[in-house]
Design a protein around this ligand. Structure first.
Ligand SMILES: Cc1cn([C@H]2C[C@H](O)[C@@H](COP(=O)(O)OP(=O)(O)O[C@H]3O[C@@H](C)C(=O)[C@@H](O)[C@H]3O)O2)c(=O)[nH]c1=O
Length: 186
């Protein structure tokens, strides 16, 4: 698998090697040894799977606050999404900036999102299946997030009127948010 750095410290794009044959394909979706070779240490404790039935379902921008912060290894196993993260680590050279990638069941691409990033995605196809590993347990009392359409972040989502959860319509804007995350250089 290729583990590709981004200009955001701690954020990686993963491109697994896909073995195709007459039966279908085989792919390693996570390999701890390859991660450690790149200095990436994650102790994943929970796997999540979300199906979004319609095009234009937008989930985000989410994080869990310390001490329940989570790193996430995200991928799509069917359909496709535009996946976006926003760096909310105080003192980070890329604080407040966003990064996006198309993830799909066809391109097998993944993102390794470190603690201190808000994360969200919008579906580009019906019946999209989104699967991810996290290195911290679900802790709803530490639920946090930012508004998907915050003008100060300025994410060019490919939909104008997404389908949102009620919770996601009430998230704060970056300007009203005092981040509890602090950047520690890698
Ligand atoms: C995230 C999560 C939710 N749930 C439950 C709570 C709720 O009743 C139901 C749906 O939860 P949500 O509306 O928060 O699901 P969703 O909007 O899909 O939340 C997810 O969005 C993406 C963008 C992320 O980055 C994830 O970390 C997570 O925040 O599932 C768990 O039991 N465990 C979990 O780990």
């Amino acid at each position: 698998m290729e583990i590709i750095p981004t200009r955001f410290p701690g954020l990686w794009v993963i491109q697994p090697k896909v073995f195709q044959d007459h039966r279908g394909f085989f792919v390693e979706t996570y390999n701890q040894r390859d991660f450690i070779a790149h200095g990436i240490y994650c102790d994943f404790v929970q796997d999540n799977h979300a199906r979004s039935e319609q095009v234009g379902v937008l989930r985000g921008l989410h994080f869990q606050t310390p001490p329940a912060a989570q790193a996430k290894l995200v991928r799509v196993t069917r359909g496709s999404v535009y996946d976006v993260v926003v760096d909310v680590r105080k003192g980070s050279p890329t604080y407040g900036q966003w990064y996006g990638e198309k993830l799909s069941g066809k391109n097998f691409k993944q993102m390794l999102i470190p603690k201190g990033f808000a994360h969200g995605y919008v579906t580009l196809e019906p019946m999209t299946e989104f699967q991810y590993k996290v290195d911290g347990f679900y802790a709803p009392e530490h639920d946090g997030g930012l508004r998907w359409d915050d003008p100060d972040i300025g994410i060019p989502w490919p939909v104008d009127e997404p389908i949102l959860s009620e919770k996601d319509t009430r998230l704060p804007l970056m300007k009203d948010f005092d981040s509890p995350f602090v950047y520690t250089p890698y």
